[in-house]
Design a protein around this ligand. Structure first.
Ligand SMILES: Nc1nc2c(ncn2[C@@H]2O[C@H](COP(=O)(O)OP(=O)(O)O)[C@@H](O)[C@H]2O)c(=O)[nH]1
Ligand SMILES: [Mg+2]
Length: 463
């Protein structure tokens, strides 16, 4: 007899609803003979009717509320046990696997360009080719064969600060450009707060670190955060071939967070990198670099598509990125950007778009309060993307990983807006870069909303 709190699942093999206790006690003969394990199995069942008297009302209610759709289970054979019994298979398989591993190791040692398959799919082999195409002209004074077997790694993996997502994007773009100027390959190592690959995968440039790939190579680490970062770039750019002692290793691992693209553009080696041509503006260099490096993982793409379903082609998307900063969250942000009193002025500005036949609205913020205020003011327009709000570098809780994915998807959403209001925040500014136009771009600062251009500097902050 099933207890009232047992969760119901659908036993696909035996085509019936069961409780866990019933499924163990009453395993069918087929199931026992197969020596199998119960695993979740997607099967889409209609909600259970109130008139179904086989189960209590509480069980019916729980079943109908099951997250992720009503799931079934299947009994799949215990492969491991079967393998153990089939010693002949192992006899053949083990030497074969060992041979493949040995061969792979040999190939990796022989040729840096023939690396094992990345952990996630890279768009064909275009990446490395494209990377090389960016350096097609020979860099003055740099031995090309030697340099292409060397690497620049953007790293955020030690206990040191690396900054929020925008800080990291700046560090990634600058180190990527340095790699291009030095004719080196590029890698990103970012396991904090969780692996970047969960959310972004390589687009045209293969930046994935392979486990153990630095083994046997010389490594130098550089911490180029804030003032140290500016000093480092300053020292680097004084050398015509960028060959300062800090860069003399197979793997130069750099943790950076400062924008130095304009300075890199002025260096003689910039001429060898098409991305850094005189005609390409800094916002454009960011957009192109980030576009070459990243594309959303399929999970984040789906989250974004589902959220944007209510955005029909005849409605414009009006967005505000409202950076509040300040204390009072699960992390302590020393900087203060806007006050709730000022946010009222932003809402007044946005009320000109309060027409659900023409507009949808999206609020991205480091404060849940702001998002809720937007929802309350414009209930018929607001689109939401579910996810926790955290600080990518400072939040330590169990939400830190999901918050990282959330801010990436939020910035991508902002880059698609027809009207975009940003704060004096790197996150908003890079969203404006990715959006690729100054049309209907505004800056919300000091309680005012004013027209803004991507090449303008913030009034109260450095960038
Ligand atoms: N989800 C979300 N998080 C934000 C937003 N604005 C700031 N944050 C969080 O605060 C961090 C701010 O650091 P950073 O990205 O370097 O940008 P900046 O400090 O505003 O220039 C971000 O990385 C996010 O973790 C936002 O609009 N949405
Ligand atoms: Mg920051």
């Amino acid at each position: 007899m099933s207890g009232p709190h047992d969760v119901l699942t659908y036993d696909t093999d035996n085509a019936k609803l069961v409780t866990p206790s019933a499924s163990t006690a009453g395993q069918s003969r087929t199931t026992r003979r197969q020596n199998c394990v119960q695993v979740p199995w997607p099967v889409f069942l209609p909600p259970m009717q109130d008139s179904d008297s086989r189960f209590s009302s509480e069980q019916r209610e729980n079943y109908n509320k099951m997250p992720g759709g009503r799931q079934g289970t299947r009994c799949l054979p215990l492969v491991r046990k079967w393998l153990l019994q089939s010693w002949k298979v192992l006899f053949v398989l083990l030497p074969a696997v060992a041979l493949v591993l040995l061969y792979n190791g040999y190939i990796v040692q022989q040729s840096e360009t023939h690396l094992p398959q990345p952990l996630v799919p890279v768009h064909s082999d275009q990446g490395q080719n494209d990377f090389q195409a960016d350096n097609s002209s020979q860099n003055a004074g740099i031995n090309s064969t030697k340099s292409l077997s060397r690497f620049i790694v953007y790293s955020c993996n030690k206990i040191t600060v690396c900054g929020g997502w925008a800080d990291r994007q700046k560090g990634i773009v600058v180190t990527y450009l340095i790699a291009l100027m030095m004719n080196r390959k590029f890698r990103i190592d970012m396991p904090r707060p969780c692996d970047l690959q969960f959310f972004l995968v390589p687009n045209e440039v293969d930046w994935l670190m392979r486990p153990g790939e630095t083994k046997g190579h010389s490594i130098k680490e550089i911490e180029a955060i804030d003032g140290h970062g500016l000093n480092f770039v300053d020292k680097l750019l004084k050398k015509g071939d960028l060959s300062i002692p800090e860069m003399d290793a197979d793997y130069v691992v750099i943790t950076a967070n400062m924008d130095s693209v304009n300075e890199l553009k002025k260096h003689p080696l910039a001429k060898t990198v098409p991305l850094l041509s005189n005609e390409t503006s800094v916002p454009e260099i960011y957009r192109k670099s980030l576009g070459k490096l990243f594309t959303l993982s399929s999970g984040l793409r789906k989250t974004l598509d589902v959220a944007m379903e209510s955005r029909s082609p005849d409605t414009k998307l009006v967005c505000a990125q409202v950076r509040m900063g300040g204390a009072g969250k699960d992390y302590n942000d020393s900087e203060s950007f806007n006050s709730m009193a000022n946010v009222e002025n932003l809402m007044d500005f946005l009320s000109r778009y309060n027409d659900s036949t023409k507009y949808r609205m999206y609020f991205s913020s480091d404060s849940q309060k702001v998002v809720e205020l937007g929802q309350a003011k414009f209930p018929n327009l607001v689109i939401t993307i579910p996810g926790p709000i955290t600080h990518v570098d400072k939040s330590k809780g169990s939400d830190a990983c999901a918050g990282f994915g959330h801010v990436i998807v939020e910035q991508t959403a902002l880059s698609t807006c027809d009207v975009l209001v940003i704060s004096e925040s790197g996150l908003g500014k890079i969203a404006a870069f990715l959006r690729n136009t100054d049309q209907e771009l505004y800056l919300f600062h000091n309680g005012k909303v004013e027209p803004f251009r991507r090449d303008m500097r913030f009034v109260n902050r450095q960038w």
